[in-house]
Design a protein around this ligand. Sequence first.
Ligand SMILES: Nc1nc2c(ncn2[C@@H]2O[C@H](COP(=O)(O)OP(=O)(O)O)[C@@H](O)[C@H]2O)c(=O)[nH]1
Ligand SMILES: [Mg+2]
Length: 241
Amino acid sequence: MKIIQVIPTYNEAQNIPVLIRALFSHGIPNHHILIVDDNSPDGTGQVAESLASDYDGRLSVLHRQGKKGLGKAYIQGFRYALDQGADVIGMMDADLSHPPDQFPVLLDALDRADVAIGSRYCPGGSVDREWPAWRKGLSWFGNAYARTILGLPIRDATGAYRLWRRSALEAIPFEGSRSNGYVFVVELAYLATLAGLSFAEVPIYFAERTKGDSKMSLRIQIEAAFRVWQLRGIYKKKSSG
Ligand SMILES: Nc1nc2c(ncn2[C@@H]2O[C@H](COP(=O)(O)OP(=O)(O)O)[C@@H](O)[C@H]2O)c(=O)[nH]1
Ligand SMILES: [Mg+2]
């Protein structure tokens, strides 16, 4: 079984060596990592290249010309993974907020569902205990907003720590997505729901990054707030017409 974990990066040079080592430390056979870097000014792409020789062909890097958004990075990464014959395709943030030690648990969950989700909002899951109340509230609200408007059957619809069976990813038209930022992650969950796929959620503790800066911006949040309604409209129209 070939696993390709797609990890989009923008200025994560300090994080990816730690992350890659932690993921490969599980010794899972045929486990590959694909870094999709948007020409990070801090040299993340080069750092990833320089590590590749340590992992004999199991670490690859896709270089994109510039910062073109998370959605597009995942689309390109997924296409690559499918073309390379992956049986399992992963998603993950590069900043260590998604605990790499939970990776085997996530992989086991794929035995009982089409999509496994590392979840902050299922029983046992949580967000950084140092976050101020407003931050926790905003994260919770954003997630509840998307779930409710789109009628998603999962507790964590906005988190990107996921594993897909190949058949699951092939069942959804992910390449047609116009979402740029984090709302891409929500769109995928919606497409998966419409396709009747099954989910398994595994609790995670989401720790705030300690290195580098968040790429979250007001623009990306506004895109998400509007886009969720737009998605509902687009797919409703398609299904009724
Ligand atoms: N390739 C690529 N990666 C991105 C882009 N924007 C964010 N990322 C990556 O997406 C992941 C999540 O971003 P992050 O800034 O941690 O978001 P936050 O956790 O919501 O603050 C990280 O691995 C980022 O490096 C982008 O435009 N292109
Ligand atoms: Mg982050």
